[in-house]
Design a protein around this ligand. Structure first.
Ligand SMILES: Cc1cc2nc3c(=O)[nH]c(=O)nc-3n(C[C@H](O)[C@H](O)[C@H](O)COP(=O)(O)OP(=O)(O)OC[C@H]3O[C@@H](n4cnc5c(N)ncnc54)[C@H](O)[C@@H]3O)c2cc1C
Length: 474
């Protein structure tokens, strides 16, 4: 086993939405900063926005909302379980990142984001407040634009190179990462005083009802490595008891997209065709309402679109079958489903996940993206800034990049590093378990995720959790 060594100043662990922004801002802060980005895929197409995206789910822009309005909306949907300082920063910095996005994707005002007649970015209503805080986006190419900027600024990009361990030095400070390349099999020990962890959510936590391991709402490459690595390095985690329960399009397991459809005039109905819920923003009370419809005999539930004008339906098809999930059009076609029928989009509660973007859980961070481990910064779906969505990934990715570059410039080189041979022995240990002593490695994912769904899907209870822990130990 040979290990390639690389010396860097800042490592970006995960080149998705938050990671690409972090890399760009680290370089813009200090062009001499040696930035290394590692990702499981090619950064042009990896992560939740690999095929682009169609909205910033929460922003504050002039003429529509203030940072205080963002704080109010997020406090409401999280039932107060939120660090309001972070929510304020999310609102405060949303306008600068909108401008950055236009610049990085080479798009003019009014092209990437719609403008109103006063020349302001035109927001719509989505949240359970009387403020319009949702900004649609024609963003098919945003990930490619961000990746282009990362490479143009001279970051070293290691595509298809998953990190499997955060390294700390003998003082408990961040010292780098251990990674391997999927194609060549090469191992890397990358040393740096600052790491920005942006490895996304735990998309593969529970199991979808159809049993497809990768047929999930989230990007299938986001398997929770960020959560696990940060925990292993000693970072404090928060809100881990809060699972995101996905209300998805049944059998398709992709997004049904209430948050796309509702700002355009669609709404959720029960089996009687009655509207049962008003706002499309993911929240505990929304999922409770869905659960009640089923429990009280009014399920299944649907997303109603048939009343919308033809032009709106065409626009929705472009978004839902494009940036949201490219196979959705084909799925409907094969089932002879058509948005002119009121019950064409059946929804179901599917797999549970852990995620801050759509929910609450993750690595504890402050408004400056600092974690409890010196030198470790976190942003995006793995950092617990509740309900921050794509806006938060960009806003806090940008802050993390700046913070990490400044930290690296004053921190000096890491102290004594772990022995790479020993790290390799540890990370590859599960591959060497004999079948008669434990689960064969190819069964681990199916078994654990099945148990997670069986025992941890709400409604939750202590006995269910204890039974789950019993299974985990076993
Ligand atoms: C289907 C869908 C629709 C959405 N729609 C909207 C919307 O309309 N509006 C909105 O505001 N938000 C939306 N969101 C949420 C938003 O896209 C996410 O919150 C945001 O993209 C998260 O950014 P991130 O950087 O944390 O994760 P990602 O962009 O997913 O990036 C994580 C990256 O980490 C990499 N990675 C993972 N593990 C490792 C590892 N071990 N080593 C190296 N790299 C690793 C992955 O390959 C990936 O590139 C949507 C999300 C989904 C899934």
């Amino acid at each position: 086993m040979s290990v390639k060594k690389i010396e860097a100043d800042v490592i970006i662990l995960g080149g998705g939405s938050a990671g690409t922004f972090a890399a760009i801002k680290a370089k813009e802060t200090n062009p001499n900063c040696r930035v290394v980005v590692v990702d499981k895929g090619p950064i042009e197409t990896s992560g939740a926005i690999g095929r682009g995206m169609d909205a910033l789910n929460i922003v504050s822009v002039p003429g529509y909302g203030t940072p205080e309005d963002v704080v109010e909306a997020l406090t409401k949907v999280t039932e107060g379980i939120i660090d309001q300082e972070c929510a304020y920063v999310l609102g405060r910095d949303s306008l600068p990142i909108i401008k950055d996005l236009e610049r990085y994707t080479d798009r003019k005002p009014g092209d990437l984001f719609p403008l109103d007649k006063n020349g302001n970015y035109k927001c719509s209503f989505l949240h359970p407040t009387n403020k319009a805080l949702y900004l649609a986006m024609d963003g098919e190419d945003i990930k490619r634009g961000l990746a282009r900027e990362v490479r143009k600024l001279g970051c070293t990009v290691l595509d298809r190179t998953p990190a499997c361990r955060l390294l700390t030095d003998d003082n408990g400070k961040i010292a780098g990462i251990f990674a391997f390349n999927m194609r060549s099999g090469d191992y890397y020990q990358i040393e740096a005083p600052a790491v920005v962890i942006t490895a996304g959510c735990v998309g593969k936590f529970g199991m979808p009802r159809d049993g497809y391991l990768s047929g999930i709402y989230e990007f299938p490459g986001n398997t929770g490595d960020g959560f696990a690595m940060a925990y292993h390095a000693g970072a404090e985690m928060v809100n881990m008891e809060c699972f995101q329960t996905n209300l998805l399009m049944k059998d398709f397991n992709g997004p049904a997209c209430g948050y796309v459809v509702i700002p355009r005039g669609g709404y959720g109905v029960n089996a009687l065709g009655k509207k049962y819920w008003s706002h499309g923003y993911w929240s505990g009370d929304m999922f409770l309402a869905v659960w009640r419809e089923f429990m009280e005999g009014r399920g299944p539930v649907y997303l109603k679109l048939d009343h919308l004008p033809e032009e709106t339906l065409k626009g929705l098809e472009k978004v839902l079958w494009g940036t949201e999930r490219t196979v959705r059009g084909q799925f409907h076609k094969q089932r002879n489903e058509d948005y002119h029928c009121w019950d064409s989009v059946e929804q179901g509660m599917e797999e549970i996940t852990l995620c801050s973007g759509h929910s609450n859980s993750g690595i504890l961070v402050n408004k400056d993206t600092e974690t409890t481990v010196p030198g470790l910064f976190a942003a995006g779906d793995c950092a617990a800034v509740p309900q921050q969505y794509l806006t938060g990934a960009f806003v806090f990715g940008a802050i993390a990049g700046r913070m990490a570059a400044e930290y690296a410039a004053r921190a000096g080189r890491p102290g004594a590093m772990p022995n790479p041979e020993q790290t390799w022995q540890e990370v590859s240990a599960p591959l060497r378990i004999d079948d008669d002593k434990g689960l064969p490695v190819e069964q681990v994912e199916t078994k654990i995720r099945t148990k997670v769904s069986q025992y941890l899907t709400p409604p939750k209870s202590d006995p269910l959790m204890n039974k789950m822990l019993w299974w985990v130990d076993r």
